[in-house]
Design a protein around this ligand. Structure first.
Ligand code: FMN
Length: 187
């Protein structure tokens, strides 16, 4: 594959000061040279309703087009009540439907999470992995990035200043690109 690996970033938080969205922004500057990353904002999607799945809102149509155009997806998943956020689940559902038009099908993916608690969103990541089975997303196994105590890893401008976490993010991005190229070569 000679053209760059196109990654689509999806955050589960619409919060202005979101650490998870900040992780995606930071990822743009830590990519390997053969990759690009575009962030798609899913925070204004209406709540999924099966009655509308065959005539979804235009932002969902655009989202599904971007997923299909991408070589891989990078999810930045906050943890709410030990699970993924409603925003994340909503975006997953819209792009999964209707059944014969699942935009996630066969797409390589990786997860990062940032949380103000010490566990760094590990439980949300596990739940997201479980959902991925049904969507037929192909998640990267290792490495993981569970960024705990996020308020200490970012500065006031939401720049990731923790050098260890910057390295972790860089390694995960390289692994996602390698994983994507491996799957492409095998298909
Ligand atoms: C309703 C709610 C539930 C939360 N539950 C959890 C939780 O189960 N585990 C956790 O690590 N953090 C939890 N948090 C804290 C979030 O990790 C923290 O707000 C984080 O900054 C959210 O991500 P964001 O910065 O990308 O918006 C919760 C926060 C809210 C508002």
């Amino acid at each position: 594959m000679t053209s760059p690996v196109k990654i689509l970033g999806v955050s589960g938080s619409g919060r202005k000061g979101s650490y998870n969205t900040a992780l995606l922004r930071e990822a743009k500057s830590l990519l390997p040279p053969n990759a690009t990353l575009e962030i798609f904002d899913v925070s204004a999607f209406p709540l999924f309703n099966e009655d509308r799945e065959r005539e979804p809102p235009k932002e969902v149509v655009e989202f599904k087009r971007k997923i299909r155009e991408a070589d891989a997806v990078l999810f930045a998943s906050p943890e709410f009540n030990f699970s993924v956020t409603a925003q994340m689940k909503n975006a997953l559902e819209w792009a999964n439907r209707p059944e014969e038009d699942n935009a996630w099908d066969g797409k390589p993916a990786a997860i990062v999470s940032a949380s103000t608690s010490v566990r760094g969103g590990a439980r949300a990541q596990l739940q997201l992995r479980q959902i991925m089975v049904d969507l037929n997303l192909l998640p990267l196994g290792q490495p993981n990035l569970y960024l705990g105590s996020a308020q200490h890893a970012f500065d006031n401008d939401l720049k990731l200043v923790d050098p260890k976490q910057r390295k972790n993010l860089e390694a995960l991005l390289k692994a996602l690109v390698d994983w994507t190229l491996r799957l492409k070569a095998a298909s």
